[in-house]
Design a protein around this ligand. Sequence first.
Ligand code: FAD
Ligand code: MLT
Ligand code: ZN
Length: 475
Amino acid sequence: LTRNRYPDLKKGPYADLTGQDVDYFSNLLPGRVLTDASDLEGSNTDWLGTCRGSSQLLLRPKTTDEVSKILEYCNGRKLAVVPQGGNTGLVGGSVPVFDEIIISTQLMNQIISLDDISGTLECQAGCVLAALDSYVSDSNLTMPLDLGAKGSCHIGGNLSTNAGGVRLLRYGSLHGSVLGLEAVLASGEIIDCKSTLRKDNTGYDLKQLFIGSEGTLGIITAVSILCPQKPKSVSVAFLGCESFETVLSIFKQAKHSLGEILLAFEFMDSASMDTVRDNLNLTSPVSEFPFYVLIETGGSDGKHDEEKLTAFLENQMSSGLISDGTVATESTKIANIWGLRERMAEGLMVDGYNYKYDVSLPLSKFYQLVDDMRDRVGGLATRVVGYGHVGDGNLHLNVTSPQYDEELMSLIEPFIYDWVSKYKGSISAEHGLGFKKRNFIYHSKSKSAVDLMKRMKLLMDPNGILNPYKLLPDN
Ligand code: FAD
Ligand code: MLT
Ligand code: ZN
């Protein structure tokens, strides 16, 4: 019954789903088993609408024990599975390739505890990021990560992709803020790494293996994460810049002058601004410039923070680095400004097909890639846009066209990966490898490192049932 949508790829050595399997799961999870094709449609298709599987079964466990029983059964039967959180992943990792069973964390959305002294939050993996942020905010805390998909993505999905987002500059990556987790291996064995301690050097730090492993080593069922204090005052500045060199100079100055209150430093080019204006009807608060910078500050003393930001901006103005900009301290205005940057992914989708790249590059080479790509693809593309977490050296380069175009794709790949590799960048800064980028892993990782990854996969999932065709390359 399975359709091969990827002609170059064969289904692995996995069993086909039977009526008996469905009966087993229906007994285990009464009322939480979906088999209807129309109910499964959304979960079979990724957020970008570019990857599509044909799973016939979606399971919605509520407890770790249920996840364990599901995996034990699937492992015994050699049924392949794909873990799914909010299905906002951007590399085709969260949807089946063939008929893998979808294990959704939708109903694993309980908060376990919050220690408002240490700031440690413990919760199940299916909690939605925005819901967690609003929960901890009552205790004057905030989540250490924030991203455009916060209204749908799950914390388990965030850990599994090691999501970065717009606060990484200030709070660091999840490898630092996750204190512990619980995961279930393919065999059904529950691995308890549920520490809530800030410091714990007793042996290998196994939780790190699951962070960024994109559901290939185990299913994360619970998380404990360190939440920083919520800033008492937040301000956002949105500035127009004449060149990318100016963006970098402002960044250097911002780190120097704003110091500990600097929360985010994002950039977008004029083609990005055109995208949200043309496709989402958003209006820019500043006049037209080749580049824009969004700076967010957050601190504990509104007056002091505002003074600091104002002095910084005045300096940039008087040194001629910026000639137009706006500052917001009121939440609706802040949200409108953030919308210009955070709704970029949504805006690009309106063009039709979105060739999405997410790379790390040395800042000296950062924007040259966008210029080179524009020259290379010429009129074949609707747009070539560059935006992203410039403060973290992370560029989002996107190309669009009305529909998928083979010729355009052949101009983009492998050119982009070769380019990034030449300058010792990473071909995936934060989105992961998933289904789309796994065969380019050698552009960023050595053969010895990939070989060890393969051995770890074999140890933790000997039958390869967990998220096959993802992250690891074919060869
Ligand atoms: P899914 O998409 O459901 O899954 C992602 C991967 O994790 C899949 O491989 C899946 O199999 C696996 N997985 C999911 N849950 C589990 C689990 N419990 N255990 C094991 N494996 C699991 N990413 C960034 O890093 N920074 C950004 O700024 C950013 N912004 C975004 C903005 C938008 C509008 C969108 C649509 C996406 C954005 N992303 C960003 C992509 C990002 O990866 C996801 O938003 C998020 O981290 C994925 O969470 P999810 O719950 O949707 O996971
Ligand atoms: C972002 O930073 O906006 C996200 O990573 C999504 C994207 O790359 O478009
Ligand atoms: Zn991003």
